[in-house]
Design a protein around this ligand. Structure first.
Ligand code: MG
Length: 382
């Protein structure tokens, strides 16, 4: 039962090999916020990968750093964490901000697993190998995309995810489907459309996709339920699912038939597992996505991807897909075609490289017991 003595927080800028392009823009680097939680004997690392701008969701890197430094870490340091739920109980007074809360939840789990000398995925009852998929953003041409897909299929990937955005839409899909009539594809719209586009989505039914990820607004459930009623292709929610409660409501109103769990988007591994479990009970299959995390955040994602109700290849990638070099290591690597073996070292098995962390850090802070008490803030009406 760790008593938390200190939390160190880093915001880094890590260059990407090539820009990450989606419906909401392009990022040349990522800005992870890394959290190191210590009880004096052991430590654990968590990562919050929010983008520089609040484009994916309302949270963004500098805001995540500041919130953890000024508000969340002071509420955790000096506390006896008898269970992960204690973190969420302490932080429930602060509305929203799952990306900031999630880094602390992950650091807690890494700390607990390390202190027990056990790999985190085993503590979660996960399996030792996960399936992964191929994923392609907006590219310069259809031909370039088709070449990349051919490479991925030759490498043994069994499903391909395509970013889908105005201007990179049905023509792209028609070209891809013509080139690969039998491949399992799905599209990710990153909330770029509205119910006014229902005819577009009806036409997409003809492409036989496995699912359409987050077609409508980032915080919507009701319009997704209306769209799902009018199309055959299953909807998969990503951005809209920010908590177990949102997942429960989405299922209750028929807003989706799949859920993409991103641990950081929902507030960490504890709520991610809760969503996984409630989906399993409702027979809604899940898979795991990421936010272009470094090897550290990717390894945390893989813990959830190792659970039983994960029924579609995950968006979990080897470091070399995005980084040269990665901030953290040793990262997960492919252990066979479209498969990764979980790391069998204690905890999440990955941590930042000290020299690269030093080189790439933009902001750093530490919260100790003395500082936590000095904030003078009280929680829960006390
Ligand atoms: Mg998505």
């Amino acid at each position: 039962m760790p008593y938390i003595r200190r939390i160190d927080i880093y915001r880094a800028r890590v260059p990407l090999i090539s820009p990450f392009r989606t419906a909401y823009g392009s990022d040349a680097a990522v800005e992870p916020v890394l959290v190191r939680m210590s009880d004096g004997d052991h430590y654990g690392w968590g990562e919050s990968q929010a983008f520089h701008f609040p484009t994916f969701c309302p949270e963004y890197s500098a805001g995540v750093f500041q919130l953890i430094r000024d508000v969340l870490a002071p509420a955790i340091v000096g506390q006896e964490l008898t269970a992960a739920e204690v973190i969420h109980e302490r932080l429930k007074w602060f509305k929203g901000n799952p990306f900031a809360k999630g880094a602390l939840d992950m650091a807690y789990w890494d700390l607990v697993a390390r202190s027990r000398g056990e790999p985190l995925y085993r503590l979660f009852g996960g399996c030792d190998t996960i399936e992964v998929g191929a994923d392609f953003g907006v590219m310069d041409s259809h031909a370039a995309l088709i070449d990349k897909i051919a490479e991925a299929l030759a490498a043994g990937y069994t499903r391909v995810k395509l970013k889908f955005a105005p201007g990179w839409d049905t023509d792209m899909l028609a070209a891809v489907r013509k080139a690969f009539p039998d491949t399992v594809f799905h599209i990710d719209c990153n909330s770029a459309y509205t119910l006014a586009d229902v005819e577009l989505f009806k036409r997409i039914d003809d492409f036989g996709l496995a699912m359409i990820e987050q077609p409508l607004a980032h915080d919507d459930l009701v319009d997704h339920a209306a769209l799902q009623e009018r199309i055959r292709t299953p909807i998969c929610l990503d951005e809209s699912i920010t908590s177990p409660d949102k997942a429960r409501k989405a299922i209750a109103i028929g807003a989706c038939r799949w859920i993409n769990i991103k641990p950081i988007r929902v507030g960490g591994l504890t709520p991610a597992r809760a969503i996984h479990d409630l989906c399993a009970k409702a027979n809604v299959p899940c898979w795991v996505g990421g936010m272009v995390e470094t090897g550290l955040g990717m390894a945390h994602c893989a813990v959830i991807a190792s659970l039983a109700n994960i029924r579609y290849p995950n968006d979990i990638f080897p470091s070399k897909r995005f980084f040269a070099p990665d901030l953290a290591g040793p990262g997960l690597t492919l252990s066979g075609p479209a498969r990764m073996r979980m790391l069998d070292t204690p905890g999440v098995g990955v941590e930042p490289d000290p020299a690269r962390l030093e080189q790439w850090t933009l902001d750093r802070a530490q919260v100790t017991e003395t500082q936590a008490m000095a904030t003078g803030a009280t929680l829960g009406g006390r």
